[in-house]
Design a protein around this ligand. Structure first.
Ligand code: ACO
Length: 343
């Protein structure tokens, strides 16, 4: 049977460190409020001036992941790029990254699944690999939020949450009957909540042009969030989702999972989740304190850190899960292994 294994991971965050105190100079907020409500202590944003897009951060993360996999860009036969903050409206950041990697015809697919971008991306890559459509896939989650935030008191509920960053994983087909690699994925969406977390403009549905001066004045080109609703949906659905995906993967107890990497939207969401399922400390990994919410990048960024720290070893089983704009929610169960690639 064909299985999907992770061969290399990489992460990249820009150098500009933005602390909560830095934000409190731009808007009415405080380090105390941000830490208490979200757990966030700092985030990294792209430099002011110049042009740094999601594909640029993704490129740096991809180079590291490729090197760790021992691959050259030419070894890839598919690129999946997950972002809600593409470099430009179109074409997709995956195409821009493909060119920056020096490739000329490797297919590149962008997915717009926001906080579940990595989860949807891993499920998609796994489906491509298991169907024989691809053998070596680069999956990237990358966001440049900072250039699209209302960094004034009007936008403070959203602006304090988000950070810029990218992470990439190299995925490969292996032929084995062992229960390794991506064991299960579960994906959901509920479009009725679309307006609860939305960037409204520019948009093709707005006539006669995609944005008006009035909309700009009203700040409708910034993301708007019903934080309380998203919080409530997350703390109720993530525990349910955990039990659903365990059943799908044939796991009967949380003891069979060594590591849980939840999406990093708010530390309090993850603490509620942990308490609900009585997950022991040490089994769940959070790093939102350092990076804020880097959306499609949060899970691979955390995965790269735990691998580096030796906390996710060959033979270990991990659960990735999250909920975000769409709303979408989903999970993957992945068992790390050392299996030679099939040729
Ligand atoms: N600093 C200081 N005060 C603030 C700030 C801020 N940055 N933001 C809001 N406030 C104020 C509000 O104006 C409000 O004041 P009021 O009581 O005088 O009206 C008060 O603080 C409380 O605001 P709430 O919105 O009720 O605060 P809450 O405890 O709900 O926390 C938060 C807000 C952090 C946004 C929370 O709701 C949350 O994290 N929700 C989930 C976010 C999430 O998961 N998003 C999905 C992922 S993102 C994606 O998919 C792209």
């Amino acid at each position: 049977m064909i299985k999907t294994l992770i061969r290399g991971t990489g992460r990249y965050v820009p150098e500009r460190l933005v602390t909560n105190d830095d934000l409190s100079k731009k808007m009415e907020t405080s380090d105390e409020w941000i830490r208490q409500r979200t757990g966030i202590e700092q985030r990294y944003w792209v430099p002011e001036g110049g042009e740094t897009g999601a594909s640029d951060l993704g490129l740096e993360a991809s180079k590291i992941a490729l090197e760790r996999a021992g691959w050259k860009p030419e070894d890839l036969d598919f690129i999946i790029f997950a972002t809600l903050s593409p470099d430009i409206f179109f074409p997709g950041s995956g195409c821009l990254l493909q060119h920056k990697l020096g490739l000329s015809s490797t297919p590149a697919l962008d997915i717009r699944q926001q906080c579940t971008g990595f989860i949807y991306g891993l499920a998609t890559a796994d489906a491509y690999i298991r169907s024989g459509m691809a053998r070596r896939v680069l999956l990237v989650g990358s966001e440049v939020h900072s250039t699209g935030l209302d960094v004034t008191t009007r936008g403070r509920d959203v602006a304090v949450i988000f950070g810029d960053g990218a992470a990439a994983v190299c995925l490969e087909a292996v032929e084995t009957d062992e229960p390794v690699g991506v064991l299960a994925s579960l994906l959901f969406a509920e479009g009725k909540h679309a307006a609860s977390l939305m960037l409204e403009a520019p948009a093709s549905r707005i006539t006669p042009e995609r944005i008006t001066h009035e909309m700009l004045d009203e700040g409708r080109h910034y993301p708007k969030m019903n934080g309380k609703l998203i919080f409530k949906l997350a703390v109720t659905r993530l525990p349910e989702l955990t039990l659903q995906i365990m059943e799908k993967a044939g796991l009967t107890s949380l003891d069979e999972i060594d590591l849980i990497i939840p999406h990093q939207a708010n530390l309090r969401i993850n603490q509620f989740y942990q308490e609900t399922l009585k997950i022991p400390e040490g089994k769940i990994y959070n790093n939102i304190q350092k990076y804020g919410n880097t959306t499609a990048a949060t899970i691979p960024l955390a995965l790269d850190e735990v691998i580096e720290q030796g906390r996710f070893k060959k033979g270990d089983t991990a659960l990735f899960l999250g909920l975000g704009a769409g709303v979408t929610w989903g999970a993957n169960i992945y068992r790390h292994a050392e299996v030679l690639p099939s040729r």
